[in-house]
Design a protein around this ligand. Structure first.
Ligand code: ADP
Length: 177
């Protein structure tokens, strides 16, 4: 585990399964139809039960870089924030859209008075974003948002899948945060 205070918010990096995170909200790396899928999306719907998908269907969809919020169903988290990461194409827009996922998710959490949020590493599975580049974009976006919005969140946590992902994020955090 890696942690550091940014103002009065604790930024934590851990290895694990995000469906078990004890934060008030967890973030899902969804697709634009909010249709469910594999990876972290599949794990969240499997653990949270059908209520989450029922709300996703009512919402209907979400553009890349944006975020929507649903119940957490049977998850320990009260809410799931669904954000749609970019499919990696090696263009400048990739980083802009990935950063927007983190910023818009944090905005939504703050608007709903949620005090703690856990993120997975968005876009680095099926969507092909190189992990080291994604880590830099993610940590910079979260760091900058927390500096600009002091006092809203108690904890932002990255729950990284596997030792290698945790180490990549830790190396980026040591340089950036
Ligand atoms: P995307 O389509 O945005 O790339 P994926 O779910 O395919 O989303 O992968 C995003 C990241 O989530 C990957 O780094 C993957 O290893 C990780 N991941 C998969 N399952 C879980 C889980 N249960 N908890 C946390 N991270 C997960």
């Amino acid at each position: 585990m890696w942690q550091k205070m940014i103002g009065d918010t604790r930024l934590v990096l851990t290895e694990g399964d995000i469906t078990r995170a004890g934060t008030e909200a967890i973030v899902n790396a969804a697709n634009s139809r909010l249709a469910g899928g594999g990876g972290v999306d599949g794990a969240i719907h499997a653990a949270g039960g059908p209520e989450i998908m029922a709300e996703c269907r009512r919402i209907g969809g979400c553009p890349t870089g944006q975020a929507v919020i649903t119940t957490g169903g049977q998850l320990p988290a009260a809410k799931v924030i669904h954000t749609v990461g970019p499919v990696y194409r090696g263009r400048p827009d990739d980083a802009r859209l990935l950063a927007a996922c983190y910023t818009n998710s944090l905005e939504l959490a703050a608007r709903h008075h949620l005090k703690s949020v856990a993120f997975p590493s968005i876009s680095t599975g099926a969507y092909g974003y190189p992990l080291d580049q994604a880590a830099r974009v993610a940590l910079t976006a979260v760091r900058d948002w927390l500096r600009d919005h002091p006092g809203l969140l108690q904890e932002v946590r990255f729950v990284l899948f596997g030792r290698a992902a945790l180490e990549t994020y830790q190396e980026a955090a040591d340089q950036l945060v």
